[in-house]
Write a protein that binds this ligand. Structure first.
Ligand code: ADE
Length: 357
């Protein structure tokens, strides 16, 4: 599986051979499926935990495409980061027995980046574009005829002598992923045959993810240990997988190697992941709004500047879960800490504080 994204590096040999196959693909953009996250990714629907509504729809869609011997419709998956958008795309590819080429919109800066990738595809293959809301206008316009008619429309020459060249492309499937479906232009959104939102995972589903990953990593974890990690994983399997690794380091060094409820909770306390799964940044965000802005509302730009974080990190990484957990509220005038947020931090709401004057 060739990946053109910001995952871990893979060594120059593989990059060079893919670059030789298609010189337009820059070696520095080519990476392979070698990260920890990729190594534990499920490859079929049975081992992909959660998102049951999506899985059921996809099973039917895939079966229909097989029976019709047609490529799959273009699909758009949206939702907060870490919920398995890339993973489900990989499952779709392996279930269809086709290759998947993974890239992300910020890597498709120049027209030739997207053209090179489109021309390297073979019939039935899947092109996965992460953060598709960040695609530039030119790349987007190249994609329209590619998605709709499987052609590349290229213009050669200038003004009166300009000619349009239609280059046929193989029938591929585009899978787009985004944390911000609302930022996609409607012409692009309209070209997807299936649009699906990924949901946060339940504690039980996350406990299953933890147990599955522990088994792959050959780590001993009890049911209660898995649940304790799941509870602090912010509804997100990527976080659950990260935490099981961190906790297993503690289990090996400080305990007997086995993760039970006590080991999980003590390790996560030391890592400063609280019982809601909030880390230092999340708590700093809530405390900032309470201490400096009387609980809000305050604009996200102000929050980001005060925390020395960028707005995108606040909006895409911190906020979705704080909002979903009901600790933060989004109002037209900015963000507010909810009564639940105050309670979680053990603080009193302004209305509960004794007034001196
Ligand atoms: N790892 C990450 N996401 C997963 C999922 N949905 N099921 C199983 N393992 C996962």
């Amino acid at each position: 599986m060739a990946i053109l994204s910001d995952n871990e590096d893979i060594g120059i040999d593989n990059k060079e051979s893919l670059h030789k196959k298609n010189p337009i693909i820059k070696p520095e953009n080519i990476e392979y499926d070698k990260t920890f996250e990729n190594s534990i990714r499920p490859k079929d629907f049975d081992s992909y935990i959660g998102q049951s509504a999506l899985k059921e729809t996809l099973k039917i869609t895939l079966q229909a495409a097989r029976l019709r011997e047609k490529p799959l419709d273009h699909m758009l998956f949206y939702g907060p980061p870490g919920l398995g958008k890339t993973t489900i795309a990989g499952v779709i590819a392996s279930q269809m027995g086709v290759e998947i080429l993974i890239t992300s919109a910020p890597a498709l800066e120049r027209p030739r980046d997207i053209i090179g990738i489109l021309m390297s595809l073979k019939g039935g293959e899947i092109l996965f574009i992460d953060e598709i809301h960040r695609l530039n206008k030119v790349a987007e316009e190249i994609l329209y005829p590619a998605m709709e008619d499987f052609t590349l429309d290229m213009t050669t020459g200038k003004s009166q002598t300009a000619k349009t060249l239609r280059i046929p492309l193989p029938k591929f499937t585009l899978i787009g992923a985004t944390t911000k479906a609302g930022e996609l232009s409607s012409p692009l959104r309209d070209r997807f045959g299936m649009i699906h939102r990924l949901e946060f995972y339940t504690i039980d589903e996350l406990a299953q993810v933890v147990k599955r990953t522990a088994k792959i990593l050959e780590i001993d974890v009890t049911e209660e240990g898995a649940k304790a990690i799941a509870k602090r994983s912010r509804g997100t399997p990527r976080i659950a997988n990260r935490l099981i690794k961190r906790v297993s380091d503690f289990a090996i060094v400080k305990y007997d190697g086995k993760i039970d409820e006590v080991v999980a909770n003590e390790s996560l306390d030391i890592l400063k992941i609280d019982e809601f799964g909030l880390d230092n940044t999340d708590r700093a965000l809530l405390n900032l709004i309470i201490e400096k802005y009387d609980g809000g509302p305050v604009g996200v730009e102000t929050i980001a500047a005060a925390l020395s974080e960028d707005v995108r990190t606040i909006e895409d990484v911190c906020e979705p879960y704080l909002l979903q957990a009901g600790l933060l509220q989004r109002t037209p005038r900015g963000r507010k800490v909810s009564p639940e947020g105050y309670r979680h931090l053990g603080r009193k709401m302004p209305s509960e504080q004794t007034r001196l004057f």
